[in-house]
Design a protein around this ligand. Structure first.
Ligand SMILES: NC(=O)c1ccc[n+]([C@@H]2O[C@H](COP(=O)([O-])OP(=O)(O)OC[C@H]3O[C@@H](n4cnc5c(N)ncnc54)[C@H](OP(=O)(O)O)[C@@H]3O)[C@@H](O)[C@H]2O)c1
Length: 352
């Protein structure tokens, strides 16, 4: 009995010791950008929970990262139904952290989730039907312990469901009060234009498009960004560090604790090619000349385009969040620097 009492009080003591109180100056260093022409401001750097928040990961590290993120002014936390592993566990862990530490701060947070990828067996567990999207949102809310999310996304275009149906599910989610805004992700420019038109006709404008963009993957420059600017829609960028490739971590091989080394990481060893590492080595020199880490330069490079509202970073430790937010201290590029970077990306080496 005495032992039980001792254990219980030790746990309580640890909890009290670790009660989270956000930094008072949390809004002083972050930059907030308007999302398209909406009323919503998003932090220039947001935190995504795709990796490192699942049951396969360390809960206390995940919790510490959320604390530090919020302390640095990151108000936007990006999730999806399938983040883990296992799928759903990132939302569940995020919900636990919210309940433990962020109860008083919900109105200071923008929480997004998505549906589109496989979540449960059978014909209603993925893609873009109303049946799947609305059931998935319900489950996401339960896992996170929330009444609503701020942004609900269609995670991918479904070629076999009428786009009107997918968009009507987003509209319904907003009308039900289960989402405040609607967004789309990974839609190509043509489908984006159609989706935007449908959503507008339903009276629920498309707030945002979430797309992959980095120095190593520039597809959005080919029409999507122009379209979003024309339609006054925000663009939130994912994998701005190409899952960690655009940092100095792979310059001397694949570290054991890196995403590429983890069996459940989406970055595979084969993607860390000699050609990419050589490019990254030269980019790393340019970053050093700018007085930045490569991660910081890569984020500043994405944010140099005013059509980008926010970069959603991933992180495996607190220090990465700190370093990445500090990228905002050195945002400018000279035309020479941009020209050098373009040439390196094209030719894989420094020509000047
Ligand atoms: N809409 C979609 O379809 C979609 C798809 C993918 C992602 N996303 C969203 O975008 C978010 C970010 O994606 P991502 O994780 O691929 O982003 P990322 O920022 O390109 O990569 C994050 C990884 O880079 C490494 N890293 C970060 N900062 C670093 C630093 N300062 N120094 C060294 N390494 C650093 C860490 O890897 P290590 O683990 O190796 O330390 C970290 O996990 C996701 O969490 C998700 O919310 C959306």
């Amino acid at each position: 009995m005495a032992i039980v009492w001792f254990k219980t009080s030790a746990v309580k003591e640890r909890r009290t010791e670790m009660a989270y109180k956000p930094a008072e100056k949390r809004y002083e260093q972050m930059k907030y950008n308007r999302c398209g022409q909406s009323g919503l401001l998003l932090p220039a750097v947001s935190l995504g929970l795709w990796h490192n928040f699942g049951d396969a990961d360390d809960f206390e590290t995940a919790r510490a990262m959320m604390h530090r993120a919020f302390d640095t002014g990151i108000t936007h936390f990006d999730l999806a139904n399938n983040y883990g592993p296992p799928p759903g566990s990132a939302e569940r862990n995020f919900g636990k952290i919210l309940k433990q530490d962020f109860g008083a701060y919900r109105d200071e947070m923008i929480i997004s989730t998505k549906a589109g990828y496989l979540m449960w067996p059978g014909p209603y567990g993925e893609w873009g039907s109303r049946k799947y999207l609305l059931a998935s949102l319900e489950k996401s809310l339960k896992r996170m312990g929330l009444d609503y999310v701020d942004i609900f996304y269609s995670h991918r275009f479904d070629p076999n469901t009428p786009l009107e149906e997918t968009m009507s599910a987003l509209d319904t989610a907003v009308r039900q009060g289960k989402a405040i805004y609607a967004g789309i992700s990974n839609y190509k420019p043509g489908r984006t234009a159609e989706a935007v038109k449908i959503l507008r006709s339903l009276g629920t404008p498309c707030l945002i498009h979430q797309a992959r963009y980095s120095m190593l993957d520039r597809w959005v420059e080919d029409g999507l960004l122009d379209l979003l600017a024309k339609e006054a829609i925000g663009c939130v960028v994912f994998s701005p560090l190409a899952q960690g490739l655009l940092t100095d971590k792979y310059l001397r091989g694949i570290p054991a604790d890196s995403r590429a080394a983890k069996p459940h990481g989406f970055l595979k060893r084969e993607q860390v090619t000699k050609e990419i590492v050589e490019k990254v080595r030269v980019l790393n020199e340019i970053a050093a000349e700018r007085g930045q880490s490569l991660a910081q330069m890569a984020l500043a490079w994405v944010l140099r385009d005013r059509r980008i509202t926010s970069v959603v970073i991933g992180a495996s430790r607190v220090e990465q969040i700190e370093q990445n937010v500090a990228a905002l201290a050195r945002p400018q590029f000279s035309n020479d620097e941009l020209g050098h970077i373009d040439r390196i990306l094209r030719e894989g080496r420094r020509t000047l």
